[in-house]
Design a protein around this ligand. Structure first.
Ligand SMILES: *Cc1c(COP(=O)(O)O)cnc(C)c1O
Length: 832
């Protein structure tokens, strides 16, 4: 790609550099911010708060994004190019100001423009609230994909819900997690454009009527309730500002906001009841991570945004073409997990009931349009809905599901399939538990032409487990698309010090094409380079140390190894394995304090689902262990434990550049991919991990010498589960583990409540479904190999450099390139 400034494609005369809307000089930016402060925020400089300056700056930046936005829209529209629609119930975006500044190439100019006004850009950065419209990896993936699609000039819309309250704010009180609402919109959102004129009616409930039209039945749905979906658009600018896409989020609005008759009769609350029910749809993000929320409101959210998005894209298509027969040539819809899978049925309803298309034609178009990404194999996370609920809320959709299923099973029978177990497994309807349920994964599979997993291992396991029978019948549909991350946010914005060194050593081209990182490997042993990287990391660690001190009061030493586990708190991610190892290390240091221990700071951060009791207890254990360890003078300077509250994208951007060791220790076979693993390796952290998700592919790339692998493989985990081997035996065979278990269970870390962890410890002894005890000894041994390498700093930094050098492949630009080629059939912008 070229290094020209955005907008250079337009004639220079059209946009003088001092223009307040488009100019990119220091003076133009300064003038633009001052004008926004006065006329959009309505403040004079003397009275302006940091928030006012942030709003003024964001609005000035937004003007520069809008130009490219309109240009991109025009190009796509006149070109008749196929569009990609990325449907996701979650977009874990974080802050946007530095994304926009970085991709427009304006960060330094803006910093200078503001400093002339006595304003510090880096202070304003902290004022922006995080857009946390997601729970974890799945939502963050959607955000990285939006940025990469813009970078590769794939004409795309992201479709989701504009939740008023994003993921809860986590407060840790006496070591326990507390949840508080996160109203990220309370001071306004400078990035979005409300589009009250783009609104669609979304129906719920009611009944279906059948008419005869030319001797064939036609179905008409009469919903009993209607909610309006209103569009809010956020422009998403790609690297170097060449292309700008739209994230369109739907907000729920009641058709009739107020029943005036009731209001006038004095029933002020009742007059608004319908409105409250309707608007609840976009009130809160569902706070569950790996478990489906079996709640009616969740299904309302899913249908609401799927239906609004389809009406929107169908309307766009019909503005240009006479009918929908060529929809699949003009639109590719990607389902991010099964949450939007009802869209498959809704599109059939639109095509057949509303547009009079023959069923078979409609089905062919539907399948050709949809692709489905699976994100989990955990049985408790596979989404199903009770048939009675579906029938009540979406009566016509339930009819269509039955017909899709009947035709699907008939076809298989006609092809000679008869095995009852196979038919049961490939049916969309699950029987049993006294209640029929709709299997959304099966529906999404059958309604899509491509189904993908998110790492090589996960895709293999998909073929062998959840979709084994469907894969045998449709062997070409499942394919792998290993996840990626955007390097703009996770390298350039998060770690400017490392970025500067990379540009210095490798040249500017590394910013456009991460394959240039590979050349770093030949300098891995260079003491001068190692010293520079080490100094940069030490600065990042000192900065993080400041945040840790401010938020927890704990002092940490930036020369110690920063050992980091940051992700949702979940038993399969095994923060408790890390904590048990921490206790074992603590015991070992206390027993022989004179030995040459590698000083460590163990940092944990992550949120637990509000209803997930064990995960919340693990947070409490982390805080209990931290208190005991940090207060013990014997281990002073050798071991510190920190639980940093309220993990989110912005905190991740501070922690990751300061990491030495990356903990990726999930039970093998349970983490679909992971993306935290990629962010940390890119920033030079060494991974200690299991052969799970994308860890496998990270190991293949960085090489066995530059990663610490331990534990059971996915196959061994499955065999263990079949054998039902007892954890008690494992514990009895490991004196070290037995000592740790006894300490936890007897209350050594909870003297104020000695029973606190008794049930928790007994559950590990009795079931240990996540094989914490089975992997413990091997994990402990791997950690001692980590210590040994740390003591040889030249060898450590060599390994660190090899990690940064060899993970360029995990750029989400690579991932999106593969989706574009293998699933969407759209071109991507070629690297120039
Ligand atoms: C990357 C990221 C995740 C995903 O982390 P994993 O380690 O892959 O589970 C979750 N939350 C935030 C804020 C992230 O940035």
């Amino acid at each position: 790609m070229t290094t020209q400034q955005p907008g250079a494609a337009l004639p220079a005369a059209a946009q003088p550099d001092d223009d307040l809307r488009t100019g990119n000089s220091v003076e133009a930016l300064r003038g633009a911010v001052m004008a926004k402060l006065a006329y959009a925020v309505g403040k004079v400089q003397a009275d302006a708060s940091d928030r006012d300056w942030f709003l003024a700056t964001a609005l000035a930046v937004r003007d520069r994004v809008v130009q490219g936005w309109q240009r991109s829209y025009h190009t796509t529209n006149t070109g008749g190019t196929k569009r990609v629609y990325y449907m996701s119930l979650e977009f874990l975006i974080g802050r946007l100001m530095f994304d926009a500044l970085t991709n427009l190439g304006l960060t330094d100019t803006m910093r200078e423009a503001l400093s002339g006004l006595g304003v510090d850009l880096d202070k304003l950065r902290e004022v922006e609230p995080d857009a946390a419209l997601g729970n974890g990896g799945l939502g963050r993936l959607a955000a990285c994909f939006m940025e990469s699609m813009a970078t590769l000039a794939v004409p795309a819309y992201g479709y989701g819900i504009r939740y008023e309250n994003g993921l809860f704010r986590q407060v840790v009180k006496d070591g326990w997690q507390q949840e508080y609402p996160e109203n990220w919109l309370s001071f306004g959102n400078p990035w979005e454009f409300a589009r009250p004129e783009i609104a669609y009616d979304i129906g719920f409930g009611g009944h279906v009527e059948t008419h005869q039209v030319d001797g064939a039945p036609r179905y008409e749905w009469f919903p009993s309730e209607t909610v309006e979906a209103v569009a809010y658009d956020t422009p998403v600018v790609g690297w170097r500002g060449h292309h700008v896409n739209t994230l369109r989020l739907w907000s729920a609005r009641a058709g009739d906001p107020l029943r005036l008759d009731a209001f006038n009769e004095g029933d002020h609350v009742g007059a608004m009841a319908d409105r409250v029910k309707a608007e609840a749809i976009s009130k809160v993000l569902y706070p569950s991570d790996a478990t489906p929320a079996g709640q009616e409101l969740r299904l309302r959210q899913e249908y609401f945004f799927a239906a609004a998005s389809l009406q929107d894209l169908v309307r766009r298509h019909l503005k240009k073409y006479p009918d929908l027969s060529n929809l699949a040539d003009q639109a590719a819809i990607q389902l991010n997990d099964t949450h939007p899978a009802i869209a498959v049925v809704e599109l059939m309803r639109l095509l057949v009931d509303l547009h009079g298309m023959a069923w078979d034609d409609a089905w062919r178009i539907t399948q050709a349009t949809f692709g489905y990404t699976n994100h989990t194999l955990l049985p408790e996370a596979l989404e199903t809905w009770p048939v009675p609920l579906m029938e009540r809320m979406l009566p016509r959709h339930m009819q269509i599901i039955y017909l899709v299923n009947a035709l699907h099973l008939d076809k298989l029978r006609a092809e000679g399939h008869s095995d009852v177990d196979v038919m049961r497994s490939v049916s969309i309807i699950a029987e049993g538990w006294g209640q029929q349920r709709v299997k959304m994964g099966t529906l999404a599979f059958i309604g899509s032409h491509r189904i993908n997993g998110v790492s090589a291992l996960h895709t293999d396991l998909m073929r062998q487990t959840v979709f084994r029978d469907l894969n045998a019948i449709y062997p070409d549909r499942i394919n792998n698309k290993t996840n990626g991350i955007t390097f703009r946010r996770w390298l350039m914005e998060a770690n400017p010090a490392l970025t500067a060194i990379l540009v210095d050593v490798l040249g500017k081209a590394v910013l456009d094409d991460p394959s240039h990182l590979e050349k770093l490997a030949q300098h891995a042993g260079d003491p001068a380079l190692q010293a520079r990287l080490k100094a940069a990391k030490r600065d990042n660690k000192a900065t993080l140390g400041g945040i840790i001190a401010a938020r927890t009061g704990i002092q940490v030493d930036p020369d110690a190894m920063f050992d980091i586990q940051i992700k949702r708190i979940h038993e399969y991610k095994r923060q408790h394995l890390n904590l048990l190892e921490t206790i074992a290390l603590y015991n070992a240091i206390r027993a022989e304090p004179w030995r040459d221990w590698a000083p460590r700071v163990k940092v944990f951060a992550g949120k637990a689902a509000a209803s997930y009791h064990t995960a919340k207890l693990i947070i409490k254990l982390a805080n209990d262990v931290a208190r005991v360890v940090n207060d013990d003078p014997t281990v002073r300077g050798k071991l510190k434990v920190v639980f940093l509250p309220n993990y989110n994208v912005s905190l991740a951007e501070r922690i990751i550049p300061a990491a030495d060791l990356s903990e990726q220790i999930s039970t093998a076979g349970m983490e679909a991919s992971g993306t935290g693993n990629m962010k940390l390796a890119l920033n030079g952290a060494l991974t200690i991990g299991t052969l799970d998700g994308a860890n496998v592919e990270i190991k293949e790339r960085v090489g066995d010498d530059n990663i610490f692998i331990f534990g059971l493989t996915a196959e061994e985990v499955a065999a263990r589960h079949r054998s039902g081997l007892s954890a008690r035996e494992t514990i009895a065979n490991s004196p070290r583990l037995a000592e740790v278990m006894e300490a936890v269970s007897s209350g050594v870390f909870s003297p104020d409540d000695t029973d606190r962890y008794r049930d928790f410890a007994n559950a590990l002894r009795d079931h240990d479904h996540f094989l914490v005890t089975a992997d413990f000894d091997d994990y402990y041994a791997a950690q001692r190999r980590v210590d040994a390498l740390w003591r040889d700093q030249a060898a450590w930094w060599r390994a660190s450099i090899m990690n940064t050098a060899r993970v360029g492949w995990f750029s989400s630009d690579r991932t999106i390139g593969e989706y574009a080629r293998d699933i969407w059939d759209v071109p991507v912008r070629a690297a120039e």
